[in-house]
Ligand binder design. Sequence first.
Ligand SMILES: C[C@](O)(CO)[C@H](O)COP(=O)(O)OP(=O)(O)OC[C@H]1O[C@@H](n2ccc(N)nc2=O)[C@H](O)[C@@H]1O
Ligand SMILES: Nc1ncnc2c1ncn2[C@@H]1O[C@H](COP(=O)(O)OP(=O)(O)OP(=O)(O)O)[C@@H](O)[C@H]1O
Length: 278
Amino acid sequence: MIREIAPAKINLALHVRRRRDDGYHDIETLFAFARDGDVVRVAVAQAEAEAGSLVITGPFAAGLTATGDNLVARAARAFADSFGIGDGHAITLEKHLPVASGVGGGSADAAATLRALARLHAIPLIDPRLHIIAAALGADVPACLLGRTTLGTGKGDALVEIMGAPGTPLLLVNPLVPVSTAAVFAAWDGKDRGPIPDGALLDRARAGRNDLEPSATTLAPVIADVRAMLNDSPGVTLARMSGSGATCFALFDTIGEREAAAVLAQRRGWWTLGTSLA
Ligand SMILES: C[C@](O)(CO)[C@H](O)COP(=O)(O)OP(=O)(O)OC[C@H]1O[C@@H](n2ccc(N)nc2=O)[C@H](O)[C@@H]1O
Ligand SMILES: Nc1ncnc2c1ncn2[C@@H]1O[C@H](COP(=O)(O)OP(=O)(O)OP(=O)(O)O)[C@@H](O)[C@H]1O
């Protein structure tokens, strides 16, 4: 059995540059990953009835169906087709990340499934077919497959690795309101506000923005409350919405300050994950 963490993805900055003719947007984003997330387990099925099975457990299992359109099942099918390996796997997904929340849960799960299957079949992670499968599954999946701090351009799938800030205390807060990525992009005002400046990662992040925050906040006004709470928390060095929301993240100087902010968020009934940058 192979176990892979599917770490939460955060967009330290996300600049939307242009609406394209194919319905997507050209973006510039600083991808970073948490040390925690969902967990995917893949094994060779021991019985015929187990082959191609997907079982979902964990605190957010109820928000998902273990059917063929789950991103884990789609990743496994695409892997089997591409590598000519039968779909004789039994997969479990432990769902810890809220669904449709801007931390790439489904993308992270799909990417972890590809990494697990590659390890099971001794396929090197640099095999270009894995990147091709990932890009076809979703704009965030290639970044999640790599799982490293990167600058993403194009749809977010053209990646250049950059120096991270591992160990930085990180808090994720989600007000448990799902937000549709397509709806948030569709509500973007179309104004290019310029690129992410150069520099060291956290300086770049602080000088940047999330251009999807205004449209996501219009669709889910509670995002403004989460941001205000995080902005006002002692020890915060950067607070911002991630991806298309509604999850917001904050970076802290110390773990104690992160934990104090988590308690305040939990009192308001919000989901939190206290972790650190990978
Ligand atoms: C918001 C981000 O999470 C930032 O990392 C990503 O850009 C979204 O990545 P994702 O969820 O993997 O996105 P996909 O599943 O490929 O696309 C969902 C929908 O979001 C919109 N979309 C997504 C990515 C992008 N660069 N431009 C877009 O306009 C499209 O309407 C698309 O139909
Ligand atoms: N394994 C999965 N985990 C989460 N969502 C999944 C999964 N498989 C399919 N989905 C579907 O994908 C959609 C997006 O969910 P996801 O949690 O990936 O969004 P997100 O965190 O906003 O992603 P992103 O940050 O990439 O925009 C949901 O509507 C959900 O039903």
